[in-house]
Design a protein around this ligand. Structure first.
Ligand code: RRO
Length: 309
């Protein structure tokens, strides 16, 4: 019997697949659909203290090899997602991921204090990498600020916390970030968020309205960058910090590669937009088929075991 069971922070998941925050997880209906799907768990849309509409449409475009988006953090507000998370807790689900993306540090501290004081027993993913807020930098690219944010949070926060990182492209940056993260009791990181501020053109025109057409790139375009980030952080982080892979997963083979690089869990974004929740069933079947051919029974048989030359 092949098992896709996986673990993060002593919690067990029936399989290693979930949505990426932002995809099909903003409304109650979308979250219900994820709950009915084959995903091992799911995550809520990154939220702000107060609900927001986000950027003007069109703000998402499917591309042949991926997607580009500049959603601008549309969400129903922290209270909605906290209520949802507490209802999940009441029904016995303590494996939910709750994504938080305050517009300023004080907002993040306020939301995390409320989560800390609540009955929520799942995972919190702090998004330090939204590329689409006009005038706001991606915190993950400001290393001193990232350190300061984590320092302030871990002064009081004691529940399982992880952070969503932007992609890095320089070995010194990987090392600098890993050295910062290793100082804190983080339980996971998720990498990568979309590759920020890409520009896609059709004929003579951009394909999304906000920011003159600039937006976060996802899908097949970003898989090699995603795998590089998963692999580097898997090597550099202390073992208490699990790596959740995200980026460019279209097939079971892509899930397999993320796990080979060290991912404990794999998030689906662009392909979930394209295919909707049946994608989980297909990816599970395709991954099991690969494991069957290779004689692997569990994820731990190959997780992190990428061969180098
Ligand atoms: O809502 C968005 O524009 C968005 C967010 Br918060 C994010 O973290 N990543 C992304 O590609 N889009």
């Amino acid at each position: 019997m092949i098992s896709l069971q996986t673990f993060i922070a002593e919690k067990t998941f029936k399989n290693c697949l979930m949505n990426a925050s932002g995809v099909k997880c903003m409304t109650d209906e979308e979250l219900q659909e994820l709950a009915r799907s084959e995903a091992g768990t799911w995550i809520t849309k990154s939220c702000t203290l107060v609900p927001q509409d986000g950027n003007p449409s069109p703000r998402y475009a499917d591309l042949k090899m991926g997607s580009i988006n500049s959603m601008g953090l549309p969400n129903l507000g922290f209270d909605f997602y906290l209520n949802y998370a507490l209802k999940q807790h009441d029904t016995g689900n303590d494996s939910l991921f709750f994504s938080v993306a305050g517009l300023k540090l004080e907002d993040n501290l306020q939301m995390l204090k409320r989560i800390q004081d609540s009955d929520f027993q799942g995972f919190t993913e702090l998004n330090l990498s939204c590329p689409n807020l006009p005038g706001k930098p991606q915190t993950g690219y400001d290393f001193d600020r990232t350190n300061e944010v984590l320092d302030k949070i871990f002064n009081f926060y004691q529940k399982p916390l992880g952070i969503k990182l932007p992609p890095y492209f320089d070995m010194i940056h990987f090392e600098t970030v890993a050295n910062i993260l290793n100082q804190y009791p983080l339980r996971f990181i998720t990498c990568i968020n979309s590759v920020g501020n890409a520009l896609y053109i059709e004929d003579e025109t951009v394909v999304i309205k906000p920011k003159g057409g600039f937006g976060g790139l996802g899908g097949a375009y970003v898989k090699p960058t995603a795998l590089a980030n998963v692999r580097m952080f898997y090597k550099l982080l202390k073992k208490e910090i699990a790596v959740i892979g995200c980026g460019g997963v279209e097939t079971g083979r892509d899930v397999f590669e993320h796990i080979l690089c060290g991912a404990s869990m794999v998030q689906i974004a662009t392909q979930l937009m394209k295919e909707d929740t049946p994608v989980f069933f297909r990816l599970i079947a395709e991954l099991k088929e690969i494991m069957n051919i290779k004689g692997y029974q569990n994820i731990s048989d190959f997780r992190g075991k990428l061969k180098e030359l």
